[in-house]
Design a protein. Structure first.
Length: 254
């Protein structure tokens, strides 16, 4: 109560009032310290006007939010799938907190609409900036409101509202990982090989192949060797019919 009362005496930049209203709608929570949430969106705050400090605040909140989100996600899945084994729960958590998935959730929440213009126009659509901002927001809620309110925000306003777990179950994060797991189970050998490398130093394009027990199973290209290996693995998985059938699903909590 005292903390909430003190929040009324904290100055807030007038231009940030719309953003704070949007954050309240996203989280379902009233901010005790609005400046923490401004830091999560890399906005300067009244008591700390330097951009360098604002960036450091953002990075610290992102670090904290990443850790908190991981624990709350594990708890959510533990309760949702009482028959799920460790491998299943780990796989599901990895899918939901992947960069691609967090970006998707952030977009559904409307986070990119409130990011700074430079980040929104230059990077938001191609990198993990929206998802990173979401993690910083989770960190801000944790610092401002504590564990219980953060759990309500993550479970109700983030996971229940924006994650389709039936769809997540069928997604493949990494075809390379899927293929390697299959190869190891089958006690086979595999080998990636660079078939081609061209382009300028800053715009190279690689073409890779993958052989299993010496037999060519797939080829793929990308702007890095890692991306080309993933493309080749995807082709190999298609050839081997891996990742298409939905796994048996553990019973959910009712």
């Amino acid at each position: 109560m005292l903390r909430a009362l003190l929040s009324y005496f904290k100055p807030v930049p007038p231009e940030s009032k719309e953003l704070l209203a949007a954050i309240r709608e996203m989280t379902g929570l009233r901010a005790y310290d609005p400046n923490i949430y401004l830091a999560a969106f890399r906005r300067k705050v009244v008591d700390d006007p330097s951009q360098k400090s604002a960036n450091m605040r953002y990075e610290r909140l992102e670090y904290l939010g990443d850790a908190v989100l991981g624990v709350l996600m594990a708890e959510y899945l533990y309760e949702k799938y009482p028959k799920g084994d460790e491998g299943y729960l780990t796989s599901m958590r990895s899918k939901v907190v992947s960069r691609k998935a967090l970006n998707r959730i952030a977009v559904k929440m409307g986070i990119p609409d409130w990011m700074q213009q430079s980040a929104r126009g230059r990077r938001a659509g191609t990198t993990s900036v929206p998802g990173n901002t979401l993690e910083a927001l989770v960190g801000a809620v944790y610092v401002d409101r504590g564990w219980n309110d953060t759990k309500i925000f993550v479970h109700k306003h983030l996971l229940d509202a924006h994650v389709n777990f039936d769809r997540v179950e069928k997604e493949v994060i990494s075809y390379k990982s899927l293929l390697i797991e299959w190869v190891q189970r089958q006690k086979k050998t595999f080998e990636f090989e660079v078939l081609d490398e061209n382009g300028a130093e800053h715009r190279k394009r690689f073409t890779m192949s993958i052989k299993i027990d010496g037999e060519l199973k797939g080829e793929g290209a990308g702007q890095s060797k890692k991306a080309a290996e993933e493309a080749a693995s995807r082709a190999a998985c298609k050839t081997l019919n891996l990742g298409r059938r939905e796994p048996s699903r553990p019973r959910r909590r009712r």
